[in-house]
Design a protein around this ligand. Sequence first.
Ligand SMILES: Nc1ncnc2c1ncn2[C@@H]1O[C@H](COP(=O)(O)OP(=O)(O)OP(=O)(O)O)[C@@H](O)[C@H]1O
Length: 256
Amino acid sequence: MSDIILEARNLTKSFGGFVAVNDVNLRIERGSIHAIIGPNGAGKTTMFNLLTKFHTPTSGSIRFNDTDITNRKPAEIANMGIVRSFQISAVFPHLTALENVRLALQRGLGVSYHFWRSQKMLSDLDAQAVARLDQVGLKSYAHTRAVELPYGRKRALEIATTLGLEPELMLLDEPTQGMGTEDVGAVTELISRVREGRTIVMVEHNLGVVAELADTITVLARGEVLAEGPYSEVSRNPQVMEAYMGVSAEEQEEEA
Ligand SMILES: Nc1ncnc2c1ncn2[C@@H]1O[C@H](COP(=O)(O)OP(=O)(O)OP(=O)(O)O)[C@@H](O)[C@H]1O
């Protein structure tokens, strides 16, 4: 198998006459954490929706494990091992943390009537759900209803339900969005804990999180790739600084 798990070739998405993603090439290395960053309106969400098949590209193609998935549906790619983090609203608020993870596990297995007749299968599933909760530090919250969990713990639960599907490739849409410093630290630690054996692509605004987690960063600006590389490189790239700060490198030097 190739070292590239996911590849976008010349990906373009237009909305009416507006080009939100313009001829983007992206190669995600197997086993890596790859972050997509960029200023507001850069095209990150559109790119994320293209990669997870929530948008159909205007042109270009996407390959996963050397198979063309450009015309596949989200459910089809989920079965192939690409799982997108669920929105918080997709966590059922009135079910307990354990019940939420168990549901995700059921979904991963496909529900069958006969399956549910086996009590042993049910208790096996419970054991797996507890293991997933433990992995994300939620074991002691197993019987707490999702609605009662603090915000950061809800995100952890969301990641646990995603893990329930055993994804080979996990796509996280702003995993630390709206969090206070403490929760950001906890989720960062959580992602680094669950990365083993899988590849993670994340759109993330928090550059501290990106610096800590990402092996490779793709910087988008105005729908195009502005720079790519490890944090140490892209953070020093004058074009990236300009895109973020809205001032040119010369101006920054003048100000210094
Ligand atoms: N459905 C749509 N119809 C029309 N224009 C859209 C649509 N979705 C996105 N756009 C436009 O495409 C551009 C890129 O948007 P996108 O949400 O992908 O950027 P982003 O980098 O995720 O921004 P942010 O950081 O603010 O979330 C924006 O100018 C946006 O207005």
